[in-house]
Ligand binder design. Structure first.
Ligand code: MG
Length: 229
């Protein structure tokens, strides 16, 4: 018997390599237009995008504003005369083709899926996340994928977690564990929802805001010791 039978995995930064995915999609979309993409522009895009996601996660803006605004704002700054929304649609298409996984992701999911029920619990745009998870080769190890767009609110909102729990057959809080790279979305969210938490911290960030995960791992292979007998 394993201690945790229901495993909720965050997607981006935990099993899917979003940094690599985003980089490749951005380069591809810029290249399709012959727009110059310097490291500075890439960095500027990252800052704008992050700010918009933060505003959304803090309830300050609607989700559409992220996708409406990120390239519109970037293009205004760097003097590119092109519809930011249209470019965003093209970028999302390229993003959905990004199938990069974090080292060890496939191996650990293959092992855990023999003993536990695995679920994706991710913020993001449903169609993009479904396509990426399908393309990553991980989907077959998972029972279901829960995306914030369908849940009504993003992690760490209890609305998101309640939505996940309601979709999991025979859900038992005491047997559930969430694993994610975000202290705020995944760990604080999981704690508020009353389940065990495991912080995936590959770059040795410092824990902050008094958020104390039940487990901290730096490599996905460490999950075997936590979850399996
Ligand atoms: Mg993440």
């Amino acid at each position: 018997m394993t201690r945790y039978e229901i495993i909720l995995f965050d997607a981006d930064g935990t099993l899917l390599d979003f940094v690599q995915t985003e980089k490749v999609a951005l380069q591809k979309t810029f290249a399709e237009h012959d727009f110059l993409l310097t490291p500075e522009i890439e960095e500027r895009y990252g800052i704008i995008n992050k700010q918009l996601w933060n505003d959304f996660e803090n309830g300050l803006i609607a989700k559409e504003e992220i996708t409406n605004q990120r390239f519109t704002r970037l293009f205004a700054e760097i003097d590119i005369d092109y519809d930011g929304r249209l470019f965003n649609d093209e970028y999302l298409n390229n993003l959905a083709c990004g199938y990069f996984t974090i080292p060890g992701a496939k191996e650990i999911c293959a092992v855990l899926s023999k003993h536990c029920r695995l679920y994706f619990a991710t913020n993001g745009i449903a169609s993009t996340q479904f396509q990426r998870i399908e393309g990553s080769g991980l989907a077959s190890y998972f029972q279901a994928t829960f995306v914030s767009e369908n849940a009504g609110e993003p992690k760490p909102s209890p609305v998101f977690f309640d939505y996940c729990f309601s979709q999991i057959p025979d859900f038992d809080r005491t047997k559930a564990l969430i694993i994610g790279d975000s202290l705020y979305s995944d760990i604080k969210g999981g704690q508020q929802a009353g389940i065990a938490t495991c912080w995936f911290n590959p770059t040795n960030l410092e824990a902050k805001n008094n958020i104390k995960p039940d487990y901290i791992i730096h490599d996905l292979t460490e999950l075997e010791n936590i979850i399996l007998p």
